[in-house]
Design a protein around this ligand. Structure first.
Ligand SMILES: Nc1ncnc2c1ncn2[C@@H]1O[C@H](COP(=O)(O)OP(=O)(O)OP(=O)(O)O)[C@@H](O)[C@H]1O
Ligand SMILES: [Mg+2]
Length: 364
């Protein structure tokens, strides 16, 4: 168990930069997830921590040691990949024992550690089988067991659940989290699946194109996205975003190009925008669950028309047109609206976000 500290990590492959000036500290025993789209540099970051890739510049510390020049075997980390990479000719037991045998751990201790890991993973009954006779989920448990028996200071997991079917994936999410809590091993977990990140992590580090966008608890990144990228990457359906500008007047508003979208700014929000250099190029954002739909006859709210309806069981998502923009709103199942119906939309001010369009940085 140890802290992992990444300082100004930079990794380029030829001309292409995979990771750019990344600084990130993962606390001892913490579960931190790297989240971001394909190609954003998650695997590269993990491989640099593991020592499988040499960084172009920057430092990596594990515990009190700078590990920049240490080979993978001396970093005391265990990595689990998307592809389980079990040895097909070895039994589950021998697959798990393998890393200990190469370290010349005494036989009795190997046996004890393999059986302990198998117990935690509930795979004692599978130990004599070869990978070919195990399901995907069982193979992944063996792969986790192989990482666990080494009792490393740090687990590094790169999309370990991607190859599993949805039900197993949900099960293994809970399992991995439980194991990490029990063992208290520092975890750096990589995924591009936001549900996985939100449900498993203590903190999430969101990356885009090699650049760290935000680090925070799942609630932080959901409720207070620091950039437009984070706002649109987390949440399903994603946050509604609309280009707009500040229009001053007795009642200051944000207005889109068509003039049909208007958001009345409460004084504290107006105050944050009135002298802001980006006030003519803003993006207003609101999550689908933070839009309230009122009957068309009400006086309050933005006039809109229902364009489509998608029933989800635990609620309904409506497509609602305002000017040129379609807003998505998520409502409880009790509300039933027909396509073409005229309604009014009320946007919860305390759940409203505004970003600078050019930089993508959140203003509030
Ligand atoms: N060995 C390599 N040689 C050249 N370019 C590479 C190499 N490995 C990665 N890259 C590039 O670095 C960037 C980051 O890749 P990386 O594998 O870290 O992304 P990722 O976030 O793990 O994506 P995915 O979700 O698809 O696994 C990509 O543009 C990729 O093409
Ligand atoms: Mg990857």
């Amino acid at each position: 168990m140890a802290e992992v500290r990444i300082e100004n990590l930079h990794k380029a492959f030829g001309d292409s930069v995979a990771v750019q000036d990344l600084s990130l500290a993962v606390a001892d025993g913490e579960f931190l997830t790297l989240l971001g789209p394909s190609g954003c540099g998650k695997t590269t970051t993990l491989r640099c921590i593991a020592g499988l890739e040499r960084q172009s510049s920057g430092d990596i510390r594990i515990g009190h040691r700078v590990v920049n020049n240490l080979p993978p075997g001396e970093r005391d980390v265990a990595m689990v990949f998307q592809l389980y990479a079990l040895y097909p000719h070895l039994t589950a037991y021998e697959n798990m024992a393998f890393p200990l045998r190469t370290q010349k751990v005494p036989k009795a201790e190997v046996d004890e550690r393999v059986r302990e890991a198998a117990g935690l993973l509930s795979i004692e009954h599978l130990l004599s089988r070869k990978p070919g006779k195990l399901s995907g989920g069982e193979q992944q448990r063996v792969a986790l067991g192989r990482a666990m028996v080494r009792r490393p200071q740090v687990f590094l997991m790169d999309e370990p659940l991607t190859n599993l079917d949805p039900r197993l994936r949900t099960e293994m999410r809970v399992e991995i989290k439980r194991l990490q809590r029990t063992l208290r091993t520092t975890m750096v977990y990589v995924t591009h699946d936001q549900t996985e990140a939100l449900s498993m992590s203590q903190r999430i580090a969101v990356m885009n194109r090699g650049v760290l966008q935000q680090v925070g608890s799942p609630l932080d990144v959901y409720n207070r996205p620091a950039t437009l990228f984070v706002a649109s990457a987390i949440g399903s359906p994603p946050m509604n975003l609309i280009d707009c500008e500040l229009v001053e007047g007795e009642q200051p508003v944000l207005c889109d190009r068509t003039g049909r979208f208007e958001y009345h700014l409460p004084p504290p929000q107006h105050h944050k925008l009135e002298t802001h250099p980006a006030r003519q190029q803003l993006v207003y954002g609101i999550r689908p669950e933070d839009i309230q739909i009122q009957p068309g006859g009400e006086r309050e709210g933005l006039p809109s028309e229902v364009r489509a309806r998608e029933a989800l069981g635990d609620g309904t998502v409506y497509d609602l047109q305002v000017g040129e923009k379609i807003f998505k709103a998520k409502t409880p199942p009790a509300l039933r609206l027909g396509v073409g119906e005229r309604v009014r939309l009320v946007f919860n001010p305390s759940r409203s976000h505004v970003f600078a369009a050019k930089t993508g940085a959140a203003i509030f």
